[in-house]
Design a protein. Structure first.
Length: 298
């Protein structure tokens, strides 16, 4: 048999083998053999409440927040750790759990603090639950934590502490202070752009008749704030606070936001937002609420 015939026979055998294999594996009604990877080992998940934490503090201040988590299954030897980026500001207690039951709710206290010399700015990271046996093993999901360290200035006339974000300007005047966002500060520096109001105005008022803060606010400026759409009294702070808002009114008043804080029997601090732009509403409101909360602290 010559070489040409041999080559043809070899080719026919190869083709038949290939076709036969395809027919075998794809034959209707015959299940196809597959090789699957081994099932992955189940990993417990931790569901945090709240799902994230953001805390504003000033240098020299400390605050404690309570959070909790629930494990999807039983786990033991769990360590609560803070990523290096947050370790200068965040401490947790307890720092470990010996055993966790499936579905059990466990509480963790997060203490956020900043030294007097702490840098200003925003610092983000996570609080993690790790295996003590295998420190590289992190149980999902870590808790996102953001710490914002704001600047703080004490108003000399009243001794009231005022705070503002890192890039804001605080101007101190006699019995008053102006808080300026970067955009507002830039506009006020333009000699052609006159009468630019501050983002937030803080003023110390005398309460010569020693009225409680609610009546003082309602009678202030001939009862100006009594017609505001929303009024809310705060009973959670050490200092009584009443807040007036016309943010959602069809025809609003000026200022759009005002808070009266009783700092003594004869003095009331008035914090106002004279005007605001719609695109900055959430930012200005957040700064306003933070300023009020700091003034309300004894």
């Amino acid at each position: 048999m010559n070489h040409r015939v041999i080559r043809i026979l070899i080719g026919v055998v190869i083709i038949a083998a290939v076709v036969g294999g395809v027919v075998y594996w794809e034959w209707p009604g015959v299940p196809r053999l597959t090789v699957a990877p081994p099932p992955a080992e189940a990993v417990p998940t931790m569901n945090w409440a709240p799902t994230s934490v953001t805390q504003i503090i000033a240098p020299g201040e400390s605050k404690t927040i309570s959070v909790s988590f629930v494990a999807s299954e039983a786990v033991s030897d769990v360590v609560v750790s803070v990523v290096p980026e947050l370790q200068p500001f965040v401490q947790v207690s307890p720092s470990a759990f010996g055993g966790i039951v499936q579905g059990q709710t466990l509480n963790v206290s997060i203490t956020v603090s900043a030294a007097s010399s702490s840098p200003l700015g925003t610092f983000a990271g996570t609080v993690q639950l790790r295996s003590r046996v295998d420190p590289k093993k992190i149980f999902a999901k870590p808790l996102p934590v953001t710490v914002e360290v704001w600047q703080r200035i004490t108003e000399p006339g009243s001794g009231v502490s005022l705070v503002a974000p890192q890039d804001w300007i605080i101007e101190i005047h006699e019995n008053a202070a102006l808080l300026l966002s970067p955009s507002t500060a830039s506009r006020r520096s333009d000699p052609e752009d006159i009468h630019v109001p501050p983002d937030i105005h803080v003023e110390v008022l005398l309460n010569t008749e020693n009225r409680d803060v609610v009546n003082f606010a309602r009678l202030f400026n001939d009862g100006w704030f009594s017609s505001y759409r929303n009024q809310q009294e705060s009973a959670t702070s050490s200092r009584p606070v009443v807040v007036f808002s016309d943010l959602d009114a069809d025809v609003g008043h000026a200022p759009v936001l005002a808070a009266f804080i009783e700092v003594s029997s004869s003095r009331v601090v008035l914090v106002t937002v004279p005007v605001y732009s719609a695109e900055l509403r959430s930012d200005i409101t957040r700064v306003f609420e933070t300023v009020v909360s700091f003034v309300a602290q004894p």
